[in-house]
Write a protein that binds this ligand. Structure first.
Ligand code: PLP
Ligand code: COI
Length: 341
C-alpha cells in the first residue's frame, strides 16, 4: 500500500518515513545496528560533530521499476566512497558489505514510501556518520554513530528538466589538497553562503573553479559537470578536488557503451566553455539537470541547446541512464540491486 503522498508534486525535501538504521561505534567496535522508529538523535552538547564538524554522508536512490520491482543503483560505490570519506576524516569505516545491506534493509522497511513508477519521484537514501562523544581539544572523536534514513523526493531543481542558469563563483568550495574529493559535511557548510548569494541574485547554482589558478572548471555545490562538444563527444572535468560522482562515472560508461559517443575525462578550461554545444549537472539528486546559460561576471556563455529544453545528447544520456535505473533498459552487470520483486 503506497502512502497517501502527492508524488508528482514532491520537491527535494525531507519527509520522515517509518524506519531508519542506526549503528554505534564504541570501545573501538561497531555494534550490529538495528532498524528503529525514532527519528531524533540524542547526543552530548560537546559531541565532536557539533564542535569540529566531524561528519560525512552519502546519497543514493531506490526506484520502482516498470515491472513493479524496487531496486537501487550501484550502492557498492556509495559504500566505497563513504569509506574513503571516513578515512580522510579519521573516522572508523562502517564495513562496506554491511553498508550495502543496511541500505537495502532501510528500503525494505519503508517500501510504502517508494514512489510509484512514472511519478517522477524516487526514494532518496541518506547514509551518514558523525562523532558523538564529547570532544573539546581538536582531535577525532572516539565514538561514532552511523545512520541511514530515507525520504521520497522529486526533482532537485524546480522545473525539473528545464535548463537552469548558473554563475561562475568568486567563492571557492575546496582547497588544493583539501577535502573536495570526499563527501564531508564541511564542504557543504563552506558552500552555503555562496548558494544563498547565488539564489539572491537569480542563479540556480555556482560553478566553482579550481582554487589554485581559477582557470579550470571544477563542479557545483552538489553535482559534477558534463559538457557535450558540437560533434557529440562527452567531456567531464578532471580534478583531484571534486567529488567522484557515481552518476558521472556511470554516464561515461553509458555514453561509450550504449550511445557510441566519444568520452573525454580531462581538465576543462573556463575559456573553452563557449565551444561546447550542451552542458549539464549530474548527480544522484540532480540526475541530469541541463544548464542553458552560465554568467561569468557579466559575460554570458549560452549553449546552443537553449533555455527551453535539454539538448539532444543530454536527453539521450538522461533517457538511457533513467531507463537503466527504472528497468526499461538492460543494466551493465552489477549496477542494479533488486530489493523487492
Ligand atoms: N558533487 C557533489 C559536490 C555532490 O554533493 C554530489 C552528490 O552526491 C555529486 C557531485 C554527485 O555525485 P553522485 O553522482 O555520486 O551522487
Ligand atoms: C546527492 O546528489 O546525493 C547529494 O548529496 C547532493 C546534494 C545536493 C543533495
Amino acid at each position: 500500500m503506497s502512502k497517501d503522498i502527492d508524488w508528482s508534486n514532491l520537491g527535494f525535501g525531507y519527509v520522515p518515513t517509518d524506519k531508519r538504521f542506526v549503528a554505534n561505534f564504541t570501545n573501538g567496535a561497531w555494534d550490529e545496528g538495528a532498524l528503529i522508529d525514532d527519528p531524533m538523535v540524542t547526543m552530548s552538547e560537546c559531541a565532536g560533530v557539533l564542535q569540529y564538524a566531524q561528519t560525512c554522508f552519502e546519497g543514493l536512490k531506490a526506484y520502482r521499476t516498470e515491472d513493479g520491482k524496487v531496486v537501487c543503483f550501484r550502492p557498492d560505490l556509495n559504500a566505497a566512497r563513504m569509506a574513503d570519506s571516513c578515512r580522510r576524516l579519521e573516522m572508523p569505516v562502517f564495513p562496506e558489505d554491511k553498508f550495502v545491506q543496511a541500505c537495502l534493509d532501510v528500503v525494505k522497511a519503508n517500501l510504502d514510501f517508494v514512489p510509484p513508477y512514472g511519478s517522477g519521484a524516487t526514494l532518496y537514501l541518506r547514509p551518514y556518520m558523525f562523532g558523538i562523544n564529547p570532544v573539546i581539544g581538536v582531535k577525532p572523536a572516539n565514538d561514532y554513530q552511523f545512520r541511514i534514513f530515507c525520504t521520497p523526493v522529486g526533482p532537485y531543481f524546480k522545473g525539473g528538466a528545464k535548463p537552469i542558469v548558473i554563475r561562475v563563483s568568486d567563492f571557492d568550495r575546496a582547497a588544493p589538497n583539501g577535502t573536495g574529493h570526499i563527501k564531508a559535511g564541511l564542504n557543504y557548510a563552506m558552500s552555503l553562503h555562496a548558494i544563498v548569494d547565488a539564489h539572491n541574485k537569480g542563479y540556480s547554482e555556482n560553478m566553482y573553479l579550481d582554487p589554485k589558478t581559477r582557470t579550470k572548471v571544477e563542479e557545483t555545490g552538489g553535482a559534477n559537470f558534463i559538457f557535450i562538444t558540437k560533434d557529440g563527444t562527452l567531456v567531464t572535468p578532471k580534478s583531484d578536488s571534486i567529488l567522484p560522482s557515481i552518476t558521472r562515472r556511470s554516464l561515461c560508461i553509458v555514453a561509450e557503451k550504449y550511445l557510441g559517443m566519444k568520452v573525454e575525462h580531462r581538465e576543462v578550461f573556463l575559456d573553452e566553455l563557449e565551444n561546447f554545444a550542451e552542458c549539464g549537472l549530474c548527480g544522484t539528486a540532480a540526475v541530469i539537470s541541463p544548464v542553458g546559460k552560465i554568467d561569468d561576471h557579466g559575460k554570458e556563455i549560452c549553449f546552443s541547446s537553449g533555455m527551453e529544453e535539454m539538448g539532444p545528447w543530454t536527453k539521450k544520456l538522461y533517457d538511457t541512464l533513467t531507463g537503466i535505473q527504472m528497468g526499461r533498459i538492460e543494466a551493465p552487470e552489477g549496477w542494479i540491486r533488486v530489493i523487492a520483486e
